[in-house]
Design a protein around this ligand. Structure first.
Ligand SMILES: [Ca+2]
Ligand SMILES: [Ca+2]
Ligand SMILES: [Ca+2]
Length: 353
């Protein structure tokens, strides 16, 4: 009897562990998987589940229905994978989702409609969309990071901001060359960190709204609300690779130019530019570097590619050195006080847990 009870306890514990970790559900539009549409996978999922979507074209409305699930492409950290995993319409939340609800790694061809959701949104591409008001992210109050919002056009005469009513943290995003930029609504606060908001785009802060801005490159800030400018802000041409020409059928490329190398997605290789963006190594020194390739300056870049494998490399006045010397933290081929400063800033930090 005692041993049966023990066995039942073990079984119950095992069931609880399974519930906590959740199921993994696979979706592919044209290959073997659990489902061929994202929505059918969401409908079958429960809180805590992870839905992994293979590259493909998903021509559907994707609705979370309040489920705190993870919806991800196969490698959200790689923007080449993100660009190939396409939701050809809207992603909609009902608004009750919390920060454990995740949307990461998709190109979204219409809009993210949040209804006040606190879902965590990252590594999404919203560019070249033709959408009502020109608004591609609306009412998402969780953290939005590493998203490119660019070249979006209103479908009719009514013109709105590309990001509206998102009152959380917007971090490492690039907002450029839309008809309008970000609008913060009355009674709310938005924090903007490590972002590039440029190319005719700015931040409109309505009366009674508050915006906190730090380590960002912002072209224009206007409106009757409170504007708190923290450390590290600039207003300088970010030197994007290519801004979309409105009369030509190509999209812009919002990677940052660098004489030490930047990723060319069209060619699938690193290439060297004649100038270097002031947004490289200009993000918050306390932000994790993530996956930035060497030489990375020991400091995150501003913009959507900052902290990713496609972050533009740091330039120190001559080509990067051939070998990496132990102790050269910033990658300038010298070991000196600059390296020591970076070590001192992060001294005794422990991310091993
Ligand atoms: Ca596929
Ligand atoms: Ca860097
Ligand atoms: Ca160094």
């Amino acid at each position: 009897m005692k041993s049966l009870n023990t066995r039942m306890l073990v079984l119950l514990l095992a069931m609880e562990c399974t519930a906590a970790s959740g199921r993994t559900i696979y979706v592919d539009d044209d290959g073997p998987a659990d489902f061929s549409t994202i929505q059918s996978a969401i409908d079958d999922s429960n809180d805590g589940d992870t839905i992994i979507v293979q590259p493909g074209l998903y021509q559907e409305l994707v609705e979370y229905h309040g489920k705190n699930i993870t919806l991800t492409s196969t490698n959200p950290g790689d923007f080449d994978v993100v660009a190939a995993t396409i939701i050809d319409y809207t992603v909609a939340f009902v608004g009750t989702e919390d920060a454990n609800c995740i949307l990461t790694g998709f190109k979204i061809n219409y809009r993210i409609s949040g209804h006040g959701t606190h879902a965590t949104i990252s590594h999404c591409l919203l560019f070249g969309n033709i959408v009502s008001w020109g608004t591609v992210i609306r009412s998402c109050d969780g953290t939005i990071s590493n998203c490119v919002v660019a070249d979006n056009i209103p479908a009719g005469d009514a013109i709105g901001p590309s990001i509206e009513g998102c009152h959380g943290l917007i971090k490492n995003c690039t907002v450029a060359n839309n008809i309008r930029g970000i609008r913060v609504l009355s009674g709310s606060t938005t924090t903007i960190e490590n972002c590039i908001i440029y190319g005719g785009n700015g931040i409109r802060v309505e009366g009674g709204a508050t915006v906190n801005i730090l380590y960002s490159d912002v072209e224009i800030i206007y409106g009757g609300g409170s504007i708190n400018l923290g450390q590290g802000n600039i207003n300088t041409n970010p030197l994007f690779v290519r801004v979309k020409d409105p009369f030509v059928a190509f999209n812009g490329d919002y990677h940052l130019k660098s004489q030490a190398g930047r990723w060319d997605a069209n060619e699938g290789r690193w290439t060297i530019d004649e100038v270097t963006s002031p947004c490289i190594d200009a993000g918050n020194p306390n932000s994790p570097l993530g996956y930035e390739p060497f030489p990375n300056g020991g400091r995150i870049n501003m913009g959507a590619y900052g902290g990713t494998i496609q972050a533009s490399k740091s330039y120190f006045g001559r080509p990067p050195c051939e070998i990496i010397i132990a102790g050269d933290i910033n990658g300038d081929c010298r070991i000196n006080f600059l390296d020591f400063q970076i070590i001192a800033l992060h001294w005794l930090r422990d991310e091993s847990q």
